[in-house]
Design a protein around this ligand. Structure first.
Ligand code: GDD
Ligand code: MG
Length: 352
């Protein structure tokens, strides 16, 4: 039995103005279809030998998270609430501690997923998880490595080592978000995979590696969850103790340091919709390369993403733009500059 753990603590600020602090990316319906990204993550587990997922998110999204899990038929799901974000290494540690406390098995297998990924080939995803199970059962910390199709700079890369089993490898090294030239060289070599940020490992194995490499994070998480309060389906970790936890990603804190890492290659139409251009990439487009939703009229317009939520939007004679219209804010950006949308959000925050 696999225990899915879904991390839903991100802010998705590059998808402003749709993604907001109180309603971030993972709770939005971004691609066609009725499900939010979180709900699609849950639905992707259908048919697997898996427990009800454990969710870990920020306290301020508790009702949104609980309501979406209820709509997905997982009313009983446990939700760990973080009073503040401390990145993924502590989030996974809290989930691992909770699983070990509540499980009859010594080392329950946890499938760590992010709530904001798109996967178009669900069968390939499930088959990849199946391939990872024997490795994780032998004590490996398995990461899922995506077969890259373009030199993306928004992802971490994994240089695969020797063959362990069918499409499973040892990890030679991780490289977090390389520059474009490096990414191009990695793609050409055929030896690199994208770090998907999804993992399968024994909860106890993860905690042991964290103890070796970041005992400070483990100690802070242990005390914060030992002093948690439980109400309804929520586990609320102690705010003061968790605030003292150092912030670090699972990639830096554990995966780059452990000698137990393995990578399972996955070609499942995976994408982390990290920006508006990434959404345009995966969207259905008309003959001019436009992806349009809502009330939109275009004339002599190409390679453009338009999303109109509350008004009619018309474009004339433009190329390669992103136009996102919502009730209270409008974004017009060059499609090659969408990574900078983040700085608009920072400016709004600092202007208070
Ligand atoms: N609960 C919780 N708490 N979840 C968190 C926290 C936190 O403090 N911080 C991040 N997350 C969740 C996010 O919601 C997201 O689903 C996932 O963890 C990854 O965090 P990101 O902040 O989106 O990381 P990234 O995109 O910059 O980079 C990571 O993911 C890439 C693939 O999507 C790295 O692992 C890269 O190497 C990787 O390629
Ligand atoms: Mg991300």
């Amino acid at each position: 039995m696999i225990h899915p753990v879904i991390m839903a603590g991100g802010t998705g600020s590059r998808l402003w103005p749709l993604s907001r602090q109180l309603n971030p990316k993972q709770f939005l319906k971004l691609t066609d279809g009725p499900l939010s990204m979180l709900q699609a993550t849950v639905a992707r587990l259908d048919g697997m030998n898996a427990d009800s997922p454990l969710l870990i998110c920020n306290e301020e999204h508790r009702f949104l998270a609980a309501e979406q899990m209820r709509q997905s038929g997982h009313e009983e799901t446990r939700i760990i609430l973080e009073p503040c974000g401390r990145n993924t290494a502590p989030a996974i540690a809290l989930a691992a501690l909770q699983l070990c406390n509540n499980s009859e098995t010594e080392n329950p297998l946890m499938l760590v997923l992010a709530a904001d990924h798109l996967i178009t080939d669900v069968a390939a995803f499930q088959e990849g998880v199946e391939r990872a199970v024997p490795l994780a059962s032998q004590g490996k910390l398995v990461t899922f490595g995506i077969v890259p199709h373009n030199p993306e700079t928004g992802y971490g890369y994994i240089h695969r080592g020797s063959n362990l089993a069918d499409n499973c490898f040892t990890v030679d090294r991780f490289v977090e978000k390389p520059d474009l030239d490096t990414a191009k060289a990695y793609l050409d070599s055929g030896e690199y995979l994208w770090n998907s940020g999804m993992f399968l490992f024994g909860a106890r194995d993860y905690l042991n590696e964290l103890e070796t490499h970041r005992p400070d994070i483990l100690a802070a998480c242990k005390s914060a969850i030992a002093d948690a309060s439980e109400d309804l389906h929520f586990t609320r970790v102690n705010a003061e103790l968790f605030a003292q936890c150092p912030s670090d990603s699972v990639d830096y804190a554990v995966m780059e340091k452990t000698d137990k890492a393995a990578v399972v290659a996955l070609d499942a139409g995976w994408s982390d919709i990290g920006s508006w251009s990434a959404l345009w990439d995966v969207s259905e487009k008309d003959a001019d390369g436009n992806s349009l939703s809502g009330d939109v009229i275009t004339h002599d317009t190409s390679n453009t993403l338009v999303r109109a939520d509350s008004r009619l939007v018309a474009t004339v004679g433009v190329d390669n733009l992103v136009i996102i219209e919502t009730k209270d804010a409008l974004l017009v950006a060059h499609k090659d500059r969408v990574q900078d949308v983040k700085s608009v959000v920072e400016q709004i925050k600092s202007d208070g």
